[in-house]
Write a protein that binds this ligand. Structure first.
Ligand SMILES: *[C@@H]1O[C@H](CO)[C@@H](O)[C@H](O)[C@H]1NC(C)=O
Ligand SMILES: *[C@@H]1O[C@H](CO)[C@@H](O)[C@H](O)[C@H]1NC(C)=O
Ligand SMILES: *[C@@H]1O[C@H](CO)[C@@H](O)[C@H](O)[C@H]1NC(C)=O
Length: 331
């Protein structure tokens, strides 16, 4: 352990001085960085109806760029909801963006640095991964960032075929909200873990300039998710110290175990970013009616349709997505 730290400390100092390299990792190798224009080259814009029944109109890439619902610079990638137009009853919904990576990844470490995520009533954004082979839920779904309406906490969850149960108690900072990952039970709630940090999601997250989410997808360990606030000591010069992160307790941990064999439920995944409105979660009466959003409109759909300006903060602003593979598993 001492040796690991010593090497890390030395390497980190070197990196800071060199100022152009990321802090290195002893167990993972950087294989790709998606920054700014890379998103245009490496993702497809999906325009199908939202499978979760949201009041959303996912637009194609050309429309998204023309209407500035997708914006790129050398350093930023922004995806937003339309915040200028009312939605007519006959329309599909509020214009928004859903993108899907062209590449799929087996064992990997995904490091997402974001300065803003969609916030506000009716919003339901998600950053997640999904089996490239499917059909869903074969090959699994991993929801890394997800929440609705004015919620302050992130929920990470898995959705799988049958026979995938997580232990109630495991080494993680978050609290287990459900243990069955099987999509056919509990109305496809999945096995979720609610994060302890009040600023892991929504307005609180945005107020501090966001932070970094890391998801490890490992056939030997299972799936882990860490949330690292912008001001964390696990960052050096703004970059995560990956080896220290990997040694720290994750916010959510979904171990491969005797009641959920990773290899039976997960394969290579594509990466998805989306933002829907209302739908099966944010818009369900049992959720909308008890949120403070209900004071603004009787139903989620009427809120979305009639209040475009309420969606000014409904955007993702991504600094980078870096993807690493375990050393020794390089293609
Ligand atoms: C991503 O896009 C860049 C161009 O911006 C390209 O060079 C790279 O090969 C692409 N591939 C992957 C897997 O990210
Ligand atoms: C498009 O969106 C970007 C990012 O939010 C913003 O900086 C820019 O001013 C917008 N452009 C126009 C023409 O509205
Ligand atoms: C939710 O609120 C709407 C509008 O006030 C009402 O019509 C509906 O019955 C409520 N549903 C539940 C489950 O409370």
């Amino acid at each position: 352990m001492y040796t690991r730290y010593a090497i890390l400390a030395f390497a980190s100092l070197f990196t800071v001085n060199a100022q152009s390299l990321l802090p290195p990792s002893l167990s993972y190798n950087l294989i790709v960085s998606h920054i700014g224009h890379d998103f245009l080259a490496n993702y497809s814009w999906e325009t199908t109806d939202d499978p979760t029944n949201g009041r959303v109109d996912y637009v194609d890439k050309a429309t998204a760029l023309k209407d500035n619902l997708t914006f790129v610079s050398d350093r930023k990638f922004v995806m937003r909801a339309d915040s200028t137009k009312k939605v007519a009853k006959s329309d599909r919904g509020r214009a928004s963006v859903r993108i899907h990576s062209l590449e799929a990844y087996d064992d990997a470490l995904f490091v997402l640095d974001i300065s803003h995520m969609p916030e506000g009533c009716a919003t339901w954004p998600a950053w997640w991964t999904l089996s490239a082979n499917g059909p869903w839920p074969h090959g699994g779904e991993i929801d890394v960032i997800e929440g609705v309406n004015l919620g302050p906490r992130n929920l990470a969850s898995l959705h799988t075929t049958s026979d995938c149960i997580m232990p109630k108690v495991r080494t993680q900072k978050g609290s287990t909200s459900s243990t069955s990952c099987d999509t056919s039970v509990n109305d496809n709630q999945g096995c979720g873990v609610s994060f302890p940090e009040q600023d892991s999601y929504g307005a609180g997250f945005n107020a501090m300039g966001g932070g970094i989410y890391i998801m490890e997808k490992s056939s030997t360990k299972g799936i882990s998710v860490w949330f690292i606030p912008r001001d964390s000591l696990l960052l050096l010069g703004g970059e995560p110290l990956l080896d220290l992160v990997l040694l720290s307790t994750p916010d959510a941990y979904f171990p491969t175990n005797e009641n959920c064999d990773y290899s039976k439920h997960f394969d290579a995944h594509n990466i998805v970013f989306d933002q829907t409105f209302c739908g099966d979660w944010a818009g369900s009466e049992s959720v909308w009616n008890v949120s403070t959003c209900a004071a603004k409109a009787p139903t989620c759909q009427s809120f979305v349709d009639n209040n475009p300006h309420e969606f000014a903060d409904a955007y993702w602003e991504i600094n980078s997505l870096r993807i690493y593979q375990p050393l020794g598993l390089l293609r």
